[in-house]
Design a protein around this ligand. Structure first.
Ligand SMILES: Nc1ncnc2c1ncn2[C@@H]1O[C@H](COP(=O)(O)OP(=O)(O)OP(=O)(O)O)[C@@H](O)[C@H]1O
Ligand SMILES: [Mg+2]
Length: 143
């Protein structure tokens, strides 16, 4: 199976109408989108997705924010895609995110930071299963 990663445009990115811009950047880089859908995350899914952060001081705010409006969930695939998409997002703290990255260019807040990206191949596999059925992922197709 090709390497896959999970990218999610968070509620602030959708509200601020940055979806098109983000998709243009992904497509212009020539990356393969294997799955994509818009959804409103339930509290249960949010808790599953952010399980590693349970108990941290920002956890409640994070769950409230990620369930506050629609998100766009995307699976990308290709060699080295996890690292490529981490670089595309930029550092978590927007003050440290380089210009040219999504957070560097569009985010000023550590919670409302426009996109989520998987931090490793194993995280990606776990996160993708939470959001997509196998039949929704169009691997091994043109495009
Ligand atoms: N110190 C913090 N204060 C407030 N919110 C934070 C803090 N650290 C992380 N967060 C929030 O929790 C999310 C998950 O944190 P994580 O450490 O996984 O960062 P990340 O991997 O860069 O971001 P993401 O998982 O959303 O791609 C961050 O995107 C941010 O919204
Ligand atoms: Mg993370």
């Amino acid at each position: 199976m090709p390497e896959q990663t999970f990218l999610m445009i968070k509620p602030d990115g959708v509200k601020r109408k940055l979806v098109g811009d983000i998709l243009i950047r992904l497509e212009k880089k020539g990356l393969k989108i294997a799955a994509m859908k818009m959804l409103q995350i339930t509290k249960e899914l949010a808790e599953l997705h952010y399980n590693e952060h349970r108990g941290k001081e920002f956890y409640e705010e994070l769950i409230e924010f990620i369930t506050s409006g629609p998100v766009v969930a995307i699976v990308l695939e290709g060699e080295g895609i996890v690292k490529i998409i981490r670089n595309f997002a930029g550092k978590t703290n927007p003050k440290e995110a380089d210009c040219g990255t999504i957070r560097g260019d569009y985010a000023f807040d550590i919670t409302q930071n426009v996109i989520h990206t998987s931090d490793s191949i194993s995280s990606a596999q776990r996160e993708i299963i939470n959001f997509f059925k196998k039949s929704e992922i169009l691997s091994n197709t043109e495009g």
